[in-house]
Design a protein around this ligand. Structure first.
Ligand SMILES: NC(=O)C1=CN([C@@H]2O[C@H](COP(=O)(O)OP(=O)(O)OC[C@H]3O[C@@H](n4cnc5c(N)ncnc54)[C@H](OP(=O)(O)O)[C@@H]3O)[C@@H](O)[C@H]2O)C=CC1
Ligand SMILES: CC(=O)N[C@@H](CCC(=O)OP(=O)(O)O)C(=O)O
Length: 341
């Protein structure tokens, strides 16, 4: 049994994570943390978990967390996470970090997009990026994993195989993305209030969203090219779910009107993901309901006039966060990759 602690246990990602961990055969949850002093009961914080684990959340020091657990799932916001993670690693814990703090390789790029100086910059570039479908070997046995952002997960899984095969060009990729409101976390913000978010479809972070460099970094490194994606997220009045529609120009192996057509593009995706149990390459159109509450990513592709259109859907809280974290945890410890999922 691996003793596991969840930091930031009052949040949405933690709620989904705890639900998954409770059915993991190799996990014992030993600590749940909050900054609150009054030690709320898990069932009161997350009513969906009532009766499933009799445990209170506690305001613990990093040393207390390290003492109570072997592996820590750090569900804290970016910038708050890295300082804690570096102490946990020094105390010989393993960590799955949900935040963006270890995803980017370059401290200057981090400062530019996150507006703060990285507190553990020396570690950047040495932490495996938690997309098993692309980086499984690096994740096996890892002591720290940078769990990906939700939008990057959907975008990269859709685009990476087509980019690597040359079916799409690295130049001119446009990613239109949509997310349910839980993607923004549980803390109150004006644009997330019911009268603001309900019945509203709201683009945000246009040209400035911090997932842009994350998507570029991973796509470029994986495919051995340089991308410069245009990424526009939208807030959709749904609880959960995420869908991306990406538009790309045909690549070197796909030029002219007699270039690769839909069936051939689908075949590239099918071949790439043939052994992946959580990726479903489908002929139909992905939708958020088809993946809700699951660790699946559904993907399709079409050749439309001069463009290639790739569509993917995930549950932002599962494949976009907690499900990916459990998948990574399984690789870190050599468990069945689908355990708990
Ligand atoms: N929601 C999603 O779809 C996704 C989220 N993520 C990432 O997962 C992590 C958790 O996200 P999510 O659950 O949505 O966020 P929430 O805001 O719902 O939860 C985060 C929790 O962290 C605690 N917290 C907040 N600020 C601080 C701080 N400065 N220092 C210490 N603790 C703090 C809070 O708990 P308390 O007040 O009780 O201390 C809060 O409940 C984030 O890094 C997020 O970016 C990644 C992919 C998708
Ligand atoms: C709807 C919404 O607000 N979504 C979040 C992304 C959630 C996520 O993936 O967050 P991290 O990269 O910070 O881990 C956002 O756009 O900021």
């Amino acid at each position: 049994m691996i003793r596991v602690a969840v930091l930031g246990a009052t949040g949405y990602a933690a709620r989904e994570l705890i639900a998954l961990l409770l059915r993991h055969p190799e996990v014992q949850i030993t600590a749940l943390t909050t900054r609150q002093e009054d030690q709320p009961h898990l069932g009161d914080v997350h009513p969906t978990l009532r009766g499933r684990l009799d445990m209170q959340l506690q305001n613990l020091t990093t040393a207390e967390v390290a003492h109570s657990a072997d592996c820590i799932f750090c569900c804290l916001p970016h910038a708050a996470s890295a300082a804690v993670v570096s102490e946990l690693l020094a105390a010989d814990c393993r960590v799955v970090d949900f935040s963006a703090d270890y995803r980017l390789n370059d401290a200057d790029v981090y400062s530019q997009w996150y507006g703060v100086t990285h507190p553990d910059a020396d570690r950047l570039g040495k932490v495996p990026y938690g997309l098993p479908e692309l980086y499984r070997e690096q994740l096996q046995g890892a002591r720290l994993v940078a769990n990906p952002g939700c939008y990057p997960t959907a975008a990269i899984l859709a685009l990476a195989p087509l980019l690597k095969s040359g079916a799409i060009s690295p130049e001119g990729i446009v990613i239109d993305a949509k997310s349910g409101v839980s993607g923004a976390g549980r803390s109150a913000k004006a644009h997330l209030h019911f009268p603001e978010a309900n019945e509203n479809l709201l683009p945000y972070g246009v040209g400035t969203h911090r997932h842009t460099p994350e998507i570029d970094q991973v796509l470029s490194n994986y495919a051995g090219v340089t991308t410069d994606v245009v990424f526009t997220p939208h807030l959709v009045p749904m609880d959960r779910g995420e869908l991306i529609t990406a538009y790309a120009n045909p690549g070197a192996t796909n030029s002219g009107n007699d270039g690769l057509q839909t069936e051939e593009l689908l075949a590239i995706l099918r071949q790439h993901y043939a052994d992946e149990q959580f990726i479903r390459v489908i002929e139909g159109i992905p939708g958020t309901k088809s993946v809700a509450g699951t660790n699946y990513c559904d993907i399709t592709v079409r050749r439309v006039r001069g463009k290639v259109i790739v569509i993917s859907a995930i549950d932002n809280l599962i494949k976009g966060a907690s499900g990916a974290a459990v998948q990574n945890f399984n690789l870190m410890y050599g468990f069945e990759e689908s355990a708990g999922l």
